[in-house]
Ligand binder design. Sequence first.
Ligand SMILES: Cc1ncc(COP(=O)(O)O)c(C=O)c1O
Length: 408
Amino acid sequence: MLMTSAQLKPVTYKKTLPSMSLTLPPSPFRDALNDMTPNIAAELLRYGKMRPDVISLAQGEGENVTSPVIQQAAMKALQEGKTFYAPALGLPELRQEIANYTARIYGHDIPTSRIFVTSSGTNAINLCLHSILNEDDDIIAVTPIWKNLIGICEVVNANIIEVGMTLKENRWSLDLDQLFDAVTPKTKAIMIVTPNNPTGWVMSEYEIKTVMEFARARGLWVVADEIYSRCQYGKTHAPSFLDVAEPDDLLYIINSFSKSWAMTGWRLGWVIGPQIAEDKIRDLALYQNMGPPAFTQYGGIAALRYGEEFITQQLNLWTHNRDLITKKLSTMTRITLPEIDATFYAFFKIDGVDDSMHYAREMIDEVGLSLAPGSSFGSQCEGFLRLCFGVSTPRLEDALSRLERMCG
Ligand SMILES: Cc1ncc(COP(=O)(O)O)c(C=O)c1O
């Protein structure tokens, strides 16, 4: 179930059946799965990938392969026979390396017992949400938000209360009063993605501090997805909940190797959480997949040790591409592009579009460009499309001329 803070009433996204009375056999699956909202962005992505002439900028990844130093570390691990089960919460060496990295980049000393290595950021979100949500709990999601976080809450059968950001002077803005007013006695957690997919919005230090203090006072969990933390323009990292957290705060910070180190296919991530969560996350990880593969974790260690130059190179490309797309879209009169402070996404509104799924599908058919439909990121996002510009500049230029043909 999905609710907006404005109404605090369930908005049901169940697929509706035609009005004629069909008698369907009972579903053999869990009710929560039958009732899940469709993942239209994933459906459209599959549709776009069926045609080889389509440029797909609908998914959140670039074209850079993982850097050789990381590849070699994983290959060496394989050759050395690191092919056995690893501890469910990750190799001690990787947990230590994440602690070193967190101290070096963020200036915070976190004991390894509060660091849980996971099989991707997605898996990290899964473990964290499964560790705290009961069926019918309320969870607040600051939207726009990456659909998978919502999907996982639906699997658990929790009630999602959407608190929608709005545009002010061409920047996304979060109303903290609206966020706090949305809390009910049933609320278990507040879920925020910062830097944000799809908008590129970055939560300020003040907002982070205020939310953490509010959650602490109310005994609420904060689930902060910070996987784009290293993708803020002009900064080493974005403001983090780590900066204001007490060691035993009910706070999960999600991270991943996917984006900054170009490791989407490796499925490796991590969580920083309170000490009391270690055993719970371990139990869940044991029953989900018994932890990430051992050899990939050696790649993770190399990424954290030697990856800074690669991150800088990626940021240089993304900065160039961000400037290019901002300039180009400003010449297209139907398009409004809010400022992009972080990430490699342009999330823009097209005047006259009121069904972004339909329009995105037409764009694939007519000009061979696949983008993600805005409606999958929140109820205020109809009419928006998301373009991933973390690709090579020539590919982006080709995509932009297709976009111009479609709606310039
Ligand atoms: C906000 C956010 N969290 C998590 C993920 C998933 O990361 P991973 O590839 O590590 O599963 C994504 C991927 O796009 C994302 O945008």
